[in-house]
Design a protein around this ligand. Structure first.
Ligand code: A2R
Length: 315
């Protein structure tokens, strides 16, 4: 099977490549630049990476004509919610126009290809605790700019199935964590700070709001879900990808702190607090489990241990 992963140098893209290679599938990647390839350094002789900005339809056309993939995992995106708020219109260039370019070019080239659009649970917007777990049929009412860009691209991806009969499927992942995640994300930030303190940094941990609850899952389980959907879903389907339960940031922090011998003082930083109210957000993964047989396999404790070890080795 010939796969193209957009955003292959990213966090999920690199784990997607690992999984597909383990399954003896062929992997091509699309990356914005040839540099910044640390996440796939260990795969250099097994993958072929082409550089392209998905905002450019001409560049994308060249990549797709060269690779002619049978499956596309579309992971390239502005993925960090606060960045999207800061970047404004630029987030739509990548998350929406980039997705439009991909779908339209596959259509024009008449590629016989299945496309997995990776959306986000942020597309659902504010959900109260009694409305959880969220099912796929829930209306998309995003609040953040990132969520709007992902909701718009999600609807766009569906339209290429509904209007043109293209083989497009969609997923809406919740929070996924694990080795190689940028330390701008909360779990990775905690783990990185602990690893730095172990190496002699001042023993102070900067945290935001610890009372927030999120549906966290190991990225390796997340990419296994993407693969399962690619293999088993029907064209046009959409799936939540999540653990289906929540854990507080406080308990993530406590679990990580138990994994180190150093003693650390906790400091709350108000600039790390997001504007929205603390929410207990979690999704319903029953459609995914029923249709594909997928189940998460990695415990939160193992994920956090692997993440901490990643930073211990990579600082
Ligand atoms: O920003 P860079 O240079 O590190 O590259 C990112 C890439 N990317 C692009 N690639 C081509 N053309 C663009 N205009 C463009 N903009 C961004 O997408 C990065 O290598 C990749 C995204 O990886 P991460 O930021 O590590 O995100 P993660 O966590 O792997 O999320 C993957 C997908 C995204 O669609 C998220 O919205 C969703 O899963 O949760």
């Amino acid at each position: 099977m010939k796969n193209l992963i957009t955003g292959i140098h990213g966090f999920s893209g690199s784990h997607m490549a690992d999984l597909l290679l383990e399954q003896n599938e062929e992997v091509f990647g699309l990356a914005r630049s040839a540099a910044d390839n640390g996440n796939v350094q260990h795969l250099q002789d097994r993958i072929q990476v082409l550089t392209c900005d998905i905002g450019s339809r001409q560049e994308l056309k060249k990549v797709l004509e060269t690779v002619r993939p049978q499956r596309i995992y579309h992971l390239a995106a502005v993925s960090f919610v606060p960045d999207a708020e800061k970047e404004g219109a630029a987030v739509f260039d990548t998350n929406f126009i980039g997705t439009l370019n991909l779908l339209q070019t596959v259509k024009e080239l008449k590629l016989n290809c299945r496309i997995l659009f990776i959306g986000s649970s942020e597309a659902y917007g504010a959900v109260t605790e009694d409305e959880s777990p969220v099912k796929e049929a829930r209306a998309l009412q995003p609040v953040s700019l990132y969520g709007v860009s992902k909701a718009a691209a999600d609807l766009l991806a569906h339209s290429y199935f509904a209007r043109d009969g293209m083989d497009v499927i969609r997923v809406r992942p919740y929070n996924h964590i694990g080795p190689r995640q940028s330390s701008r994300f909360v779990c990775s930030s905690f783990a990185r700070q602990i690893a730095a303190i172990e190496k002699g940094a001042e023993p102070v941990m900067k945290t935001g709001n610890l009372e927030t609850y999120r549906d966290f899952m190991d990225v390796r389980d997340t990419v296994r879900a993407y693969h399962a959907v690619m293999k088993k879903a029907k064209a046009g389907e959409v799936f939540n990808v999540c653990a289906g339960n929540t854990v507080s940031i406080q308990s993530i922090l406590e679990t990580l702190l138990k994994m180190t011998d150093v003693s650390i003082r906790i400091e709350h930083e108000s600039k790390l607090f997001r504007k929205e109210k603390p929410l207990r957000i979690f999704g319903d993964n029953s459609l995914l489990t029923r249709r594909t047989g997928w189940r998460p396999q990695i415990t939160l404790k193992q994920t956090l241990g692997d993440l901490l070890n990643y930073w211990r080795e990579n600082l």
